[in-house]
Structures are given as C-alpha cells and as structure tokens.
Design a protein around this ligand. Structure first.
Ligand code: NAP
Length: 305
C-alpha cells in the first residue's frame, strides 16, 4: 500500500482512533499521524504507546495542515470539537467521523464547516466492549464493513476515503444517513439496549443472587454481560441521537415479545418452533458472510457498535 493522505489528524484517541492508527501504520497509508485527546492522561498514554507520530494538546493544533481529519469522539462531543476545528480546516481537506449515528452528526457538524472542506461522515462497523487508547489493535477493521455517507461531496474525495478504509482492512459501502440509522437501530442499537436491560433484570432479581448469576451464567447471558459492559458515554449518546429509529425498532420488538409470551402461555409449540427456525437461518447467513467476529480465529471478543 502507498500513502493516501500526507497528514492524518485523529481527534480523540480511544478504541477506534488508536485502532485506525495501528492499521494505518500496518499499511503505510499516512505520511504523518497527528493525534489529540481531551485529557492529559489519554495524550500521555498515546505518547507512551507510540501509535501516532505526534501528539498535540488541542484539536485546533492537530488539524493544522492535515488533509484527512477524523472525529473519533462520542457522538455528543462532535458539536464542540467541530466548532473548534471548523475555522482551522485547510482548503480541500477531507473531514470524516466514526460516530455510530449519522443524521445527528451531520446536523451538528456540517454548520461549523467552511465550503472548501469535503465532509464525508463514516461509521466502521467494528468494535469491542473496551475503550481508551490501550484497547486499539491493527486488525479491528479487517473484513468488517465501513459505511460512508458521501453527502454530495466530489466523487474523487469519496474514492480517496474509500481507498483509505480499504487499506485499513475494511469493505466499504455507501448509504444515506437515515437508512444507516435505521439499519444500525436493528443490528446494533436495539440489541445493546436489550442486553443492558437483561443484565439489569438479573441484577434486580433478589431471589437469584449475584454470585449465582456469575457462577451459572450460560453463553447467552455471558454475551449479554459483555455487550452491557460497553462504554456508558458512547451508548447514552447513541440512544439520545438515534431516537426515532431506535424507538421504532423497540416498538416492533415489544410486539414480537408479547406474541412469544402468548405462545408460551397458551402452549403454542408450533409457533415457537417456527419462529426459532426462522431466526436460526439469520445466524447462518451472518456466519456465511464472514461477519461472526466471535469465531475462534478472531481472537478477541469482537462486536460492532
Ligand atoms: P473511546 O475509546 O471511549 O474514546 C473516546 C475518545 O473521545 C477519547 O480519546 C476521549 O478523550 C474523547 N472524548 C470523550 N469525550 C469527549 C469530549 N466531550 N470532548 C472531546 N473529546 C472527548 O471511544 P471509541 O470506542 O473509540 O468511540 C469513538 C467513536 O466511535 C464514538 O462516536 C462511537 O460512537 C464510535 N464507534 C464506536 C465503536 C465501538 O464499538 N467502540 C464502533 C464504531 C464506532 P479522553 O480519553 O481524553 O477522555
């Protein structure tokens, strides 16, 4: 691979940004990687880990001379960061983000940008329940999908960012923001909410002790606890910013749950069997598409956000 951007600025140095830096290094995609984060602790950790060429104190300094700027902060923090860097972005620079929600990010970030910037929102569908600069690894995006929302930007800028994400290991799809938010409400956001709820229910159930929950946790519940260990700030921001789609899917989920509840009460084994047969086929499809990151060869408890 050859250099695609001469200077990449990473704003935020958590799981996603640090993984991007490792993967950029692996493929030689950036002439220079400049990083910044809100806290001194994170900046110091990033310096110690050495995945950036330079760590600077502010976002405004980081974007100076960058031809690619990546916003890798929680969705609720995008507005503040965009207002800081907007006036500093250079002529022809590409700005992207990795936020898990797209319509709200476009609405908060775009007003801060000068006309000469190519704004191409993005979302890599790759993650783990870990966060912070020490959790990143170069393989995070390998064979995963990254969705880009070109938003009327010139094709050449989108092609360049596509090549960049492919160099990081990902497959790239293009989508509009509202469709992205609906798809992710189904595949990620609502499942996270259900996992949070189930773990909360187990915690509240006084007739089953915490030690029993831990001792006898079978695969299903263990998976829920892993998902429910995801970063509270990130997930609070996801639900606050993907309200409509999440509520729509949650409404449908509740209806189906009631139907299954009735089938259990009335002893309708046929309905339960047919339902579980249909859902089993979806699982097979995911495995056949190579998107099961919990497969043993992945080596980490992967899941996307
Ligand atoms: P992370 O590991 O928690 O890192 C977040 C980074 O943002 C940290 O460097 C943090 O700085 C900085 N930050 C937090 N609040 C900030 C604020 N108010 N102002 C400025 N900077 C702030 O998070 P992540 O998992 O990399 O997620 C980053 C983005 O990627 C989020 O928008 C998330 O929705 C998206 N995403 C996450 C996943 C996933 O599974 N984790 C997957 C795909 C996309 P300090 O460390 O100094 O506080």
């Amino acid at each position: 691979m050859s250099v695609i951007y001469n200077r990449v600025a990473l704003i935020g140095l958590g799981l996603i940004a640090s993984s991007m830096a490792h993967a950029m290094r692996r493929a030689g995609l950036a002439g220079e990687i400049v990083g910044t984060a809100r806290s001194v602790e994170t900046r110091d950790a990033a310096r110690e880990l050495g995945f950036c060429d330079r760590i600077v104190d502010t976002a405004a300094e980081a974007v100076d001379g960058a031809d690619l700027v990546v916003l890798a902060v929680p969705v609720g923090a995008m507005d503040g960061v965009a207002s800081e860097i907007g006036p500093k972005l250079g002529e022809g620079a590409t700005l992207t983000d990795v936020g898990s929600v797209k319509r709200a990010v476009i609405e908060t970030v775009a007003p801060h940008l000068p006309d000469h910037v190519h704004f191409i929102p993005g979302h890599p569908l790759a993650g783990t329940e870990h966060s912070g600069p020490r959790s990143g690894f170069a393989e995070l995006f390998d064979n995963r999908w990254c969705i880009l929302i070109p938003n009327g930007t010139p094709q050449a800028a989108t092609d360049r960012l596509t090549a960049f994400w492919q160099g990081l290991g990902a497959n790239v799809d293009v989508m509009d923001a509202d469709h992205h938010d609906l798809v992710l409400a189904v595949t990620s956001h609502t499942p996270h909410l259900i996992a949070y709820t189930m773990v909360g229910v187990a915690d509240d159930l006084s007739r089953v002790t915490d030690s029993e929950v831990i001792k006898y946790s079978a695969a299903g519940f263990r998976d829920f606890t892993r998902i429910a260990a995801s970063d509270p700030t990130m997930w609070r921001d996801v639900f606050l910013n993907n309200k409509d789609a999440t509520l729509e899917i949650l409404g449908r989920f509740t209806e189906e749950l009631f139907a299954l509840q009735r089938a259990i009460r009335t002893g309708d084994g046929e309905e339960l069997f047919d339902y579980f047969t249909r859902t089993r086929a979806i699982r097979r499809g995911i495995i056949e598409a190579g998107q099961d990151t919990d497969a043993p060869d992945f080596g980490r408890s992967g899941k996307h956000d």
